[in-house]
Design a protein around this ligand. Sequence first.
Ligand SMILES: C[S@@+](CC[C@H](N)C(=O)[O-])C[C@H]1O[C@@H](n2cnc3c(N)ncnc32)[C@H](O)[C@@H]1O
Length: 324
Amino acid sequence: MAAPPAEPLAVDYDTVHVAAADHRDALIDELVHRGSRVVATQDDLVFSADRPGPAAWAANTWLAPALYRVESIGAAAHCLKAIQRNWHAHPVGHHRRARLIAERLPTIRFRPLTFPSAPPSAPLGAWTLLSHDRLLASRHTTSAFADGAPAFVEDREGPPNRAYLKLWEALTLAGIQPGPGERCLDLGAAPGGWSWVLAALGARVLAVDRAALAPAVAANARIETRTGDAFSVRGADVGHIDWVCSDLIAYPERLLELARYWCDALPDANIILTVKCQGPVDADLIARFLAIPGARLRHLHANKHELTFFRLRDGGPSEAAGRM
Ligand SMILES: C[S@@+](CC[C@H](N)C(=O)[O-])C[C@H]1O[C@@H](n2cnc3c(N)ncnc32)[C@H](O)[C@@H]1O
């Protein structure tokens, strides 16, 4: 083990967020709205103080940022190795120097996950060079994946579209999945990527959409289809449900009502719901989703201009934003 690094320099922030792609402004609004002080930004990094913890629009959050003065590439690599083994570089400039530092660190192989499997359990730190002699390193981050981006061994045969990757990612972060003996309600199910995921896990699925599922998905014996308006489905109409999943496209306000309804109607169910955003993101809306007891929100790597809402029986996923 290398000698301990030099003392970190004083900084006026306690958290550094890596903004989800194209969502830095939404992240800043979210942080300000929740009472964090945004101290600085650099590229896709947002430095904040006062309200540490994950943010919905962050791909990853560095929970213990420490700034070191490093005179050389070797000194930077030594500093990182003295803290811990596993690091991911997130360069925001000084790319060549950062690459030379990274080359001196142990190689980490980020193998694509075969779903379902657990995220890596080894802690993964993150670092960057803020200037040629300023190394910012955080041994603790919210995500086990480099920049919060899991990669999966994809299935190009079974699912009818790529939406299944969103549910794979959500269930991987959730750390639990539906299985045999459980029943799922899939709202806005067509053409059937999410229903395909749920059925492949052994669960039975009630798939509701105005549109038809892809024939191969509709033919799955574990999937029952119902054609019609998914917003008018009520708990009394569907029998016992363990999981409610929704990938409905609708105005966020309507999706908020939907989340409130199902969280209230089925207090013991796990709920995963895509929050499609339209135009500039309303930070107050995020707060209203998070006001639902047990709610968590996160921008998944597979998400576009949308967040994923979780209300899980066991509380997770820890990398998602929760009520502050
Ligand atoms: C993004 S797609 C869902 C994709 C699906 N999760 C998959 O994996 O294949 C959104 C779906 O919501 C459905 N939808 C939108 N509004 C609806 C409503 N009021 N009732 C039922 N389905 C609706 C659309 O027909 C569309 O199939």
